[in-house]
Design a protein around this ligand. Structure first.
Ligand code: CUA
Length: 340
């Protein structure tokens, strides 16, 4: 299906028409002034051409009124562009609540994606139409860039940190996914497809693709095998490490009086570089896990910590023993819970 103007790619997300509107506004303003200035230039060239060899032009004294006018008008026009663009930008880059989360790991030269319900995909992403999708992205090697022209959105995928992207597809179909950051020899081949499906179709697809455990369940396993539970268990196991239940989204007080809003990036940093931010009241005794966990495993650990039931006494590790049973991850394992 072609878009109504062949100048732009197909438009298939909730904000793609807004991006197009801004684009056409910028183009329109540019075109208008280009034509106006060219026309005036040609008119003046003819109208005020030198008619005799000894002609001396009338001196111009200048006018504050005119100066002010042609400063203020362009300023106001520029501000409309700035205001409009800033609004769109913040709307696009502030991920909404209640979005379906998908983890993305870029590597030379492929996209690895995993749904919160466990389904893994490579260079393909299946999503339901009319639902907000939030991508939590990182890279295993160099900088990549997740770009879906039909959704009018893109974001760098950077090693060592998480970036997010969200969209709501408005039309079922198959759309191009590109890497938009030069990342080595096969950069141009680092492409894929986004399949936007009717919700019923998507449910069928989901139920036909079980098999791998959810990231949260895999993270729970890791939480045990890496020994995290021995300090971050129930009651902090003698207070060695802070409990992790209800951590995400909470303001955590740090040594030195600052606070940090716990998010994916904070948990990631705390696993790889535990000394960076010490929670108030705890000793800096946690060893680093740099080099011991892959990006995939980090994603799983974070998914597990996010899945822990929030606060109010509920803590990971129901018994003080390191091997104590953990509460099962919140229903993020059930497709219906997460997708509807
Ligand atoms: Cu990945 Cu270009």
């Amino acid at each position: 299906m072609q878009s109504w103007i062949p100048l732009v790619p197909e438009s298939a997300s909730s904000f793609s028409w807004q991006v197009d509107a801004l684009y056409f506004y910028l183009s329109g303003v540019t075109l208008f002034f280009t034509l106006l200035i060219s026309a005036v230039l040609i008119f003046f060239t003819v109208r005020y051409r030198r008619r005799t060899p000894y002609e001396i032009p009338r001196p111009i004294a200048g006018s504050h009124k005119l100066e002010t006018l042609w400063t203020v008008i362009p300023f106001l026009i520029a501000m409309t562009m700035f205001g409009w663009g800033a609004r769109l930008y913040f709307n696009q880059y502030k991920p909404p609540q209640n979005a379906i989360e998908v983890y993305v790991v870029g590597k030379q030269w492929m996209w690895k994606l995993q749904h919160a319900t466990g389904q893994r995909e490579i260079n393909e992403l299946h999503v339901p139409v009319g639902r907000r999708i939030k991508l939590i992205m990182t890279s295993e090697d160099v900088i990549h860039d997740f770009f879906v022209p039909a959704f009018r959105t893109k974001a760098d995928v950077v090693p060592g940190r998480y970036t997010t992207l969200w969209f709501e597809a408005t039309k079922p179909g198959k759309y191009h996914l590109f890497c938009a950051e030069y990342c080595g020899m096969n950069h141009s081949g680092m492409t894929g497809s986004i399949y936007v499906m009717e919700p019923r179709e998507f449910d069928n697809w989901l139920s036909g693709n079980t098999g791998s455990s959810t990231p949260a369940a895999a993270g729970q396993q890791l939480f045990q095998t890496l020994g995290c539970a021995s300090c971050h268990g129930a009651n902090g196991e003698g207070g060695r490490g802070p409990t992790l239940a209800g951590l995400v989204g909470r303001d955590t007080p740090l040594e030195g009086g600052q606070t940090v809003r716990a998010d994916e990036a904070y948990i990631r940093e705390s696993i790889l570089n535990p000394q960076a931010k010490i929670v108030a009241g705890f000793q800096p005794i946690m060893p680093t896990f740099q080099g011991q966990v892959t990006e995939d495993q980090l994603v799983q650990l974070i998914a597990f910590i996010k899945s822990l039931p929030g606060g109010s006494g509920a803590t990971p590790g129901a018994s003080p023993a390191a091997s104590g049973p953990l509460p099962s991850p919140r229903a993020s394992g059930s497709p219906t819970e997460n997708i509807r």
